[in-house]
Design a protein around this ligand. Structure first.
Ligand code: NAD
Length: 298
């Protein structure tokens, strides 16, 4: 019985953040200002508040400026659009992130479309989605970019490998598939209407699970030696006497780790990569805005 190598996303992300911090310091020395990220939070969704707080702290720790805009849940679309316009024109702001989901009544697509594509560090603007689709340089959504970094670090060349991405969201599944195609993998996107998902997954050398269903992917779906990237974050119901349930991924970890060659844990796998890549994208945006080449190896 084999036991998979654990892909330590936390350590990889920490090393990436150190390199970003060094590049941000050198940017500041050249330009006289820090790279800056504006994060906009509308309403009081508790999970979003935690994410926004974590993003602000990570910016400061990397030597970047963080501009937080916390707006009331009943903020009008016009007021939000006018804030985005101001941030688009602010030379201190290199990246703009509007925390999703937005409260009902605000049109997410219209808000994202208002962000300058050059400051769209989340990579959600249709211009950046289009750039990724046609292979032009642009901002790529942070979570899938973090996943491809882990995969390349683990496997080196992905050419010709069979990859199965489970999930077809604009934020994870679709950009993930495009990054894998760019890396010359043979890619299948599976989703809620896929017939016999277990059989599709069984042919994969690389499995990326981005569904949002606790431990859905079972150990006997995994091809022996495959690399498994688990994007899912699901909270189980609390066990007796506990206030909160455990966090688990979309993959039944204990089972899959007996079969896979390498696997990301939850937590500590993909999660830490997302914020590190957000900082990376902000630094790249700052370099573009200052007419400097983006640092290599980030
Ligand atoms: P989503 O709900 O937008 O998309 C889920 C996808 O799963 C859909 O495309 C759907 O077709 C597919 N799906 C649903 N049921 C299925 C089934 N039974 N079989 C096969 N496919 C099925 O979710 P998302 O935003 O892509 O996120 C997916 C998961 O990743 C969630 O758990 C989310 O919390 C997590 N996530 C983690 C990070 C991170 O930083 N680690 C970032 C983003 C999302």
């Amino acid at each position: 019985m084999t036991t998979a190598k654990v892909i330590d996303g936390k350590a990889f992300a920490a090393a990436l953040r150190t390199r970003i911090g060094e590049a941000a310091a050198s940017f500041a020395a050249h330009t006289g200002r820090r790279p800056g990220l504006a994060v906009v939070l509308v309403g009081e969704d508790p999970a979003s508040q935690v994410y926004v707080g974590a993003k602000g702290k990570a910016c400061e720790a990397a030597g970047m400026a963080s501009f937080e805009h916390r707006l009331a849940a009943d903020t009008s679309e016009a007021a939000l659009l006018s804030l985005i316009e101001r941030l688009n024109n602010d030379p201190e702001v290199d990246g703009i992130l509007v925390q999703l989901p937005l409260p009902a009544g605000l049109n997410e697509q219209a808000i994202i479309a208002a962000i300058s594509p050059d400051k769209d560090v989340d990579g959600f603007h249709v211009i950046n989605a289009g750039r990724l689709a046609v292979g032009q340089e642009g901002f790529v959504p942070c979570t899938p970019l973090g996943c491809i970094m882990l995969l390349k670090d683990q496997l080196g060349d992905l050419s010709g490998l069979e990859a199965v991405v489970i999930g077809r969201s604009n934020i994870v599944g679709k950009p993930m598939a495009q990054l894998l195609i760019d890396a010359n993998a043979t890619v299948t996107i599976a989703h809620s209407r896929t017939r016999d998902l277990a059989d599709v997954v069984r042919r994969a050398d690389i499995v990326v699970a981005a569904v949002g269903r606790a431990e859905m992917v079972r150990g006997d779906w995994i091809k022996p030696g495959a690399t498994v990237i688990d994007v899912g974050i699901n909270r189980l119901p609390p066990e007796d006497g506990k206030e909160k349930g455990r966090l688990v991924g979309d993959v039944a970890y204990a089972e899959a780790a007996q079969v896979a060659g390498a696997i990301t844990p939850v937590p500590g796998g993909v999660g830490p990569m997302t914020i590190a890549v957000l900082l990376r994208n902000t630094l790249v945006a700052a370099c573009h805005s200052a007419g400097m080449p983006a640092p290599e190896g980030l």
